[in-house]
Design a protein around this ligand. Sequence first.
Ligand SMILES: [Zn+2]
Length: 310
Amino acid sequence: MTLRVTFLGTGGAVPTTERNASAVFVNREGDQLLFDAGEGTQRQMMRFGTGFAVSDLFVTHTHGDHVLGIPGLIQTWNFNDRTAPLTVYAPEGARSGVRELIHAVDTTPGFPVEVRTVAPGDTVLDRPEYRVEAVRVDHRTRAVGYALVEAERKGRFDRERAEALGVEPGPKFSRLHDGEAVEAADGTTVRPEQVVGDPRPGRRVVYTGDTRPVRTVTEAAADADLLVHDGTFASDEAERAVETGHSTAREAGEVAAAAGAKRLALTHVSSRYAGDASLLLSEAEQPFPGEVVVARDGLELEIPYPDAEA
Ligand SMILES: [Zn+2]
């Protein structure tokens, strides 16, 4: 099952020629989910070939650099005769602003658009194989982060053992794997626990949007395969990070370390590091022993299963 994260916009409040305004695209086995849509997001989607069939748009907050891409997306979907419904999620208090953006231009969406209000802790999207939860963050305005959490997968099926127990390969294998007892060739009963291992964990990806370091993110990112965290500033701008409700790279590293995340991607990089973001990388690496990347526009991260090497 593919789980791929594509960074469409990794800049801070003011875009630069290298870094567009915030947007993170997630492809989960063909499901296309978009987290934030800064100005120019649709062009970044074309540029990086993500596909355009977004079913769900998760808005972290309504600062312009996270939502000004919405009118353009709506207009282009209209030109493309989109008919598929779109669901937009936004924190409490942001709903009317999002609605205005959807209807900002002289074009009424020719497809159903539903705007849902979300609160921290809510499961906002619930599909059989994964869910998306809203996470409490701290950003001087009503804001949430989001966690994509996959369901546990079935345990490994031990083919050789099943055959040794006298089960003929075929439909009985899948019945056993689905948790059903079957009859072996000699008439004995073979139970699933004899041939199926323990359930295996799914993957977890957390996107904070803009935030100060907070415990709720640490909790949501426990053992996460990828934490995409606000890394707007380096430590020399620590005061400014507090004033503006952002995090330093070091703070993001501390959150990732406390959470036991496997990988950390810093985003929302301030324009003052436009030329060289290596300082952010080294600051985040100090507290965090896992892999750190400073995201750049177009960066694609494939998220493997925790047991992928087995
Ligand atoms: Zn913001």
